[in-house]
Design a protein around this ligand. Sequence first.
Ligand SMILES: Cc1ncc(COP(=O)(O)O)c(C=O)c1O
Length: 446
Amino acid sequence: MSDLDTTFASVARSMELYHRAEQVIPGATQLISRRPTRYAYGFSPAFAQSASGGTFTDVDGNTYIDWVSGIGAMILGYCDPVVDEAVKRQIDTGTMYSVSHPIELELAELLIDRVPCAEMVRFAKGGGDACAIAIRIARGTTGKDKVLFCGYHGWHDWYLAANLAGSDLDPHLFPGIDPTGVPLALKDTAIPFPYGDVETLEDLLRTNCDDIAAIIMEPLRSEIPPHGYLKRVRELATEFNVVLIFDEVSSGFRPTISGIQPLVNVEPDMAVFAKSISNGYPMGAVVGTRAVMQPASQMFISSTYWSDTLGIRAAITTLKEIERRKTPEVIQDTGRILKQKVAELITKHSVPAVCGGVDWHPYIRFDIGHLTPLVNTLFIQEMAKRSIHMNLSFYINAAHGDEEVSRTIAAIDDVFLIIRNGLDAEVIPELVDTIPQTDSFRRLVT
Ligand SMILES: Cc1ncc(COP(=O)(O)O)c(C=O)c1O
């Protein structure tokens, strides 16, 4: 333990609430990524009480440096005073109305100004919601049903239908997801393709050429795409007359203030945003070319809270603030420092690991053969004990400063030493005091 902390954080109250939640909330959490089984069960906090900047305080009174940033939603940091003040002012004039509010236009025009492919915009309340709208529009615009996808795109039927044919979601989400509750009639309507593999994508397009409405993909997650890959995907979508949708929910506005498109220099027909668009307020957006989006005026795509002004006000303010504060640069500077310092510790302790990934979302990857899952868990467990909430990557927000970085690096120094000693003494399993972290959904829910 570093001398910065003298006691390990206890999460007794968190676990008590978690067991209560299991009785009244199926699955105990609303988002799978909030389950403590995704971290170090019994060591990681399960319930937060408050948050500020780059930290949150749990129900046991422990304050954590938080590298999960509300699963990516916080880009400026928790309780950002400018965004929160704008939302509070909005509350005082009404949160939603019987008619539309002008700020709907303001946000639509701001996104059209910022995002290269955006000529028209629809709103949503979250990422899965926005993806479902994009797929509906693509199907409606093309008159075709099938969707080729790569990555994670939310919980809706159109996406989970992929697993009606087998285990297609395994490499895109995680193994073991039963499509229970998804109509069998949707079988073979959502077809996965592997990232970076142009040949397979082209084969799928040829085989199903009369039926494909859309290609939806995360243009990147942790690594910069292989040279020319996204450009080739764009060409194929055009050649086969298929709507290309970039799901930018997870990369969001960390790469640039306009999202990923200026960085990769490729324009899809549509793009989907949520999470970091509004710094923690419920919001999502679907943007696209006029040709693809205009037909949506004839489709039934309609919901009361999509006009909620709090998410919209938060999004307008967040987008303006990330430009004013040069947030992508700030976040990427932090990421570069983290990567460099973690790499130094990897060398110092001769830990079989790499610290890589894009600067706005670096990761640590252990490579220790069959011990890797246990070491992953041990890392998360020991970091949690040192009041650092993270899995194996850093979702950086602009409120993470020198203090957060240096305390995190001090903790990683401790934890890498524990791992090194554990490997040398061949006692890693004995050091793991919790359920080994798993990628299997079935394991998560049992
Ligand atoms: C790329 C991507 N698309 C869609 C979603 C779903 O977003 P939400 O959880 O807001 O429904 C996520 C969530 O992590 C995501 O990362």
